[in-house]
Design a protein around this ligand. Structure first.
Ligand code: ADE
Length: 349
């Protein structure tokens, strides 16, 4: 492990050590990457084609819930194209000048990764348009009557934009990206392999059953799987086990508040709120997040997509609804007529 990535510096914040852990486990080549088979095979083709013809890669847009590897993909693209990677994010590029600074620093073919690209301001987004299309940047020099517009030439570069929310991007902006990829939650078998690979890198002994158990309860998300692996390992260390077995994995995951279905405490509170306070729903996102004391964006982007994918929750035009699976999970009796109202919502959508 790179010395700066070690967790020994006690002045660091916990997030730093988590980030360092993530970095040390991150695959950097197509070869090392596990899962998302179709998406990765396509991306590999686009990269190889660009390399063979010595072109720069078209701009890429990635859609995915948090933790599925959008940054990892940008690293792989840059590594495989043998160019530099520059990392920024929508909220960090708050002015046109910041964007100008980033763009004028790029060498030919470099990858600029902008995370949370849906959070760029309209002015910055507009400035990015010409840069993406014509590889020029319009700047205004001087003020008032002396102000004049100058076009700065840019090197041809590749923008990799990432967002959790497809609906938040203007169609015209989205159309600027020749490559659009969508990452979905990982299959349990792929996540199991990721857990095994990470355990190998960290020299943690774990058997197949425990790798499966950790993977099964990680919401289809490598970032969560790697974090849980680390935390389960802590329990094994304290209990003086030589490695992780299924028993210690199950014990640790329960202690961490992750239930048998892989839902965490906030997942359960969301379902509980819908079922108890909302009488099953529909409950609007604002009301739901106010009751939970959480940001609506966190509930919408981080929690709901998995609950929907797993069939615990439905999003409808009138609000969120708990499904019979949610009632069953909470051990609560389904009220009479709830199924009928769900069917009605489904037909109306
Ligand atoms: N670590 C995190 N995500 C990974 C992936 N998709 N493949 C291999 N290792 C990973």
């Amino acid at each position: 492990m790179n010395p700066e990535e070690r967790d020994g510096d006690l002045t660091r914040q916990p997030q730093d050590s988590e980030k360092a852990l993530e970095r040390s486990l991150r695959p950097t080549t197509f070869q090392e990457y596990i899962g998302q088979t179709q998406v990765m095979a396509n991306l590999e083709t686009f990269v190889h084609s660009a390399r063979r013809e010595e072109r720069t890669l078209d701009h890429c847009l990635l859609f995915a819930p948090p933790g599925l590897g959008k940054t990892t993909l940008a690293h792989i693209v840059a590594h495989e194209m043998e160019v530099n990677l520059h990392i920024s994010s929508g909220p960090a590029i708050d002015k046109k000048g910041t964007l100008a600074g980033l763009l004028t620093n790029l060498a030919r073919g470099d990858v600029l990764f902008i995370d949370e690209i849906h959070r760029l301001t309209p002015a910055v987004e507009e400035a990015l348009y010409t840069a993406l299309e014509d590889f020029e940047f319009d700047i205004i020099i001087g003020e008032g009557a002396h102000a004049k517009s100058v076009k700065l030439p840019l090197q041809r570069f590749t923008l990799v934009g990432a967002t959790t929310r497809k609906g938040m991007l203007q169609k015209a902006f989205q159309d600027r990206f020749g490559i659009q990829l969508r990452l979905d939650y990982y299959e349990p078998k792929d996540l199991t392999e990721i857990v095994r690979r990470s355990a190998d890198i960290m020299s943690i002994g774990l058997n197949d059953d425990s790798a499966k158990e950790i993977a099964r309860r990680s919401r289809g998300t490598p970032r969560i799987a790697n974090r849980l692996l680390r935390r389960v390992y802590d329990f094994a260390v304290v209990q003086q086990k030589s490695g992780i077995d299924r028993e210690i994995a199950r014990y640790a995951l329960n202690q961490l508040g992750i239930d048998d279905a892989g839902l965490d405490e906030l997942d359960r509170r969301i379902l509980q709120t819908l079922v108890v306070d909302g009488n099953g729903g529909p409950l609007g996102i604002k009301t739901l997040s106010a009751i939970l004391g959480e940001e609506a964006e966190t509930v919408e982007d981080v929690y709901e997509p998995y609950l929907i994918q797993q069939g615990y929750l439905q999003r409808t035009s009138r609000g969120r609804i708990a499904t019979p699976k949610a009632y069953k999970h909470l051990g609560t009796k389904l009220p009479r007529g709830h199924q009928a109202s769900l069917d009605l919502e489904e037909n109306n959508d």
